[in-house]
Design a protein around this ligand. Structure first.
Ligand code: PMP
Length: 406
């Protein structure tokens, strides 16, 4: 039988099915650039880019020497910028050689997972997850093991994680501040998790790595503090993206950082380089690396983001939605008034509102709002959120559960 594509691709397309199903089933593609639509679906900017970002890349586009646009690996200047920034942020003596520059967060996760996971190795992550952890794991031959978070607090369910660890467990992905719950995991949770992983690593005779996926760590609301798992557990790999704090997800730069306490860092550094070269030159481009010293100091306006969060949480609660205030990230995760979140987001589409059904995030019964929408969209959408809520309360959820067929 003629097989036009690799069989591995079938497993990968299954792993991203909820995501592709949403794109096909919703009006996202037709309507996402319609100026009348209030687009809360993904973390894409709905305002013009930051002027400081444009200045930084414009400046970096001027060549200073003949090698300006030559092949670039993890450039020493970039590694130094990141290490210095991390040293300042966390007081941990990060070393430039322990930084691998990547194509933003996807790239960092890809390289990290490919470097440590053998076929059959288990990778634990928490539900609701970022929807590509599964395909990145499957692509490395790994086996995803999914553990729901505590539904009351959205904190990690440490007992459930402990029960999920086996001799095949190779890594756990921890995402704080969390997309989509907005939860920042507290030091006590990270301490207990570290003790549990240390004990399980000894018991099974090989390290369980913690991949700390922290692309939102600079997007933290007032009164909250981010704690990096790297400070608690030496076998940690940090993955980071500049795409969130700059709100430029199409300009791809990020990194993997190893703490100086990581026991196997020589082998890991080398493994990252091998994976990046053999994986298809998985390094960020020259221009973004030249701009990095400037980019590292820039951020979206967090006061504005906080304003949007407060306005939206307050208004949604007044309408009657059950929604908590996130500690970080730019997402809200209200409960869907209909048990079928897929149908409810379709109802919102009728009111010119695009949101992501929780089913896509393996978290049915909820839906996600991305506050990367403009203030104008926030204000304009409230009547629609209200009308959809009233209708959902007065009519039973439709019988066809589209999301359940995934
Ligand atoms: N991890 C998480 C938790 C994310 O939400 C995202 C992006 N939505 C990524 C990683 C990937 O980030 P990037 O697109 O900047 O590579």
């Amino acid at each position: 039988m003629d097989r036009p594509v690799a069989s591995r691709v079938a497993a990968l397309s299954h792993a991203i099915l909820p995501f592709t199903r949403y794109l096909e089933d919703s009006s996202f593609f037709e309507r996402s650039s319609d100026p009348n639509v209030n687009n809360f679906a993904f973390g894409n900017p709905q305002d013009m880019p930051l002027g400081a970002f444009v200045d930084a890349i414009t400046n970096a586009a001027q060549p200073r020497d003949k090698d300006w646009f030559a092949y670039k690996l993890s450039e020493p200047e970039s590694q130094e910028v990141v290490a210095a920034s991390l040293r300042q942020e966390f007081g941990i003596p990060f070393e430039p050689d322990d930084i691998a520059m990547t194509n933003a967060g996807f790239g960092a996760l890809t390289v990290a997972i490919q470097a440590i996971v053998d076929p059959g190795d288990e990778v634990v992550f928490n539900l609701p997850p970022w929807f590509l952890y599964e395909s990145l794991t499957v692509n490395a031959g790994g086996v995803p093991v999914k553990v729901p978070v505590d539904l009351e607090t959205f904190d990690l369910d440490l007992d459930a994680i402990e029960a999920a660890i086996t001799p095949r467990t190779r890594a756990i992905i921890v995402n704080s501040p969390n997309n989509p719950t907005g939860r920042i995991y507290p030091p006590e949770t990270l301490e207990r998790l570290a003790a549990m992983l240390t004990e399980a690593s000894h018991r099974h005779g090989r390290p369980i790595y913690l991949i700390s996926d922290e692309p939102y760590r600079r997007i933290v609301f007032e009164g909250n503090t981010f704690h990096t798992p790297l400070a608690f557990y030496p076998h940690s790999l940090m993955t980071y993206s500049y795409g969130k704090v700059l709100l430029t997800p199409g300009q791809r730069i990020g990194y993997i950082a190893l703490p100086p306490t990581m026991p196997d860092r020589d082998q890991l550094r080398e493994a990252f380089r091998v994976v990046q070269l053999s994986g298809g030159f998985l390094f960020p481009n020259a221009l973004l690396q030249h701009a990095l010293a400037d980019l590292d100091t820039i951020s979206i306006d967090m006061a504005r983001m906080q304003g949007k969060r407060d306005r939206m949480v307050g208004a949604l609660r007044e309408i009657g939605y059950d929604v908590h205030a996130p500690q970080g990230t730019f997402y809200l995760l209200p409960r869907s008034p209909w048990a079928d979140d897929w149908e409810f987001t379709k109802l919102l589409e009728d009111h010119d509102i695009l949101c992501l059904p929780g089913t896509v995030l393996e978290f049915p019964g909820f839906f996600r709002i991305s506050l990367t929408a403009s203030e104008e969209m926030v204000e304009r959408s409230l009547a629609g959120f209200s009308a959809a809520f009233d209708r959902a309360k007065s009519e039973a959820s439709p019988v066809t559960i589209a999301g359940a067929n995934l």
